[in-house]
Design a protein around this ligand. Structure first.
Ligand code: DGI
Ligand code: FE
Ligand code: FE
Length: 188
């Protein structure tokens, strides 16, 4: 799909702020795709649509998660996680995106998972470090992203887990699986 067409489909789903974030993720994902030899068009499409479902009503997201047989325990974890798998579903249904690698990059962009593909890693990281992000530790991850994709991801997921734990929030198992998987690969 043409970039302009995709951006128009996404813009109406988002607030202006979230749309600007999406443009930042798109630029960052393309840069990372070039650096790490990933298909730039897939990275662009996944980035543009990654937060497509961010503002869907919770009830609608709940219904989709239940009806589509997504991991049921998702509903007992933070609702911030829901827009990722729901987004993958809606982007296929409403925008006609059928590439499974792109859909998986959208599906796992919040939680992460074990055995992430390069494309999934790039979208996860671009979401974390796009220029509009300002939080403690983001500059360190930006620097690492230029040198070592997995080390940047480890730092990002560590920061997220620590952030959630400090607030006494749950951590979805896939996020721990992602962390453990990357650490084991680093040790190997
Ligand atoms: O949608 P965005 O705001 O661009 O970013 P995102 O899709 O990474 O969602 C981020 C929020 O989800 C982040 O502030 C942390 C929150 N969250 C809640 N529970 C979990 C979680 N993030 C992860 N990785 N794992 C969780 O269990
Ligand atoms: Fe998101
Ligand atoms: Fe995002």
């Amino acid at each position: 799909m043409e970039r302009d067409v995709a951006l128009k489909l996404v813009k109406v789903q988002l607030t202006e702020h979230r749309y600007q974030h999406t443009l930042g993720v798109m630029e960052t994902a393309i840069t990372l795709a070039k650096l790490y030899g990933v298909d730039e068009l897939k990275a662009e499409t996944a980035a543009i649509f990654h937060d497509y479902a961010k503002f869907r009503p919770k009830d609608e997201m709940k219904e989709i998660i239940t009806a589509q047989g997504f991991p049921g325990d998702l509903l007992s974890f933070n609702s911030e996680l829901w827009h990722a798998p729901v987004g993958a579903y809606l982007v296929e249904k409403e925008a006609g995106i059928t590439n499974q690698e792109v859909l998986d990059a959208i599906r796992y962009h919040t939680s992460g998972r074990i055995g992430m593909t390069l494309l999934e890693k790039i979208i996860y990281l671009a979401d974390y470090i796009e220029p509009g992000r300002h939080f403690p530790g983001v500059d360190e991850v930006r620097m690492l992203a230029k040198e070592n994709l997995d080390q940047a991801l480890i730092k990002a997921v560590q920061n997220t887990i620590l952030f959630l734990m400090k607030k006494n929030q749950t951590v979805y198992p896939d996020t721990f699986y992602m962390y453990n998987d990357l650490i084991k690969k680093l040790e190997a």
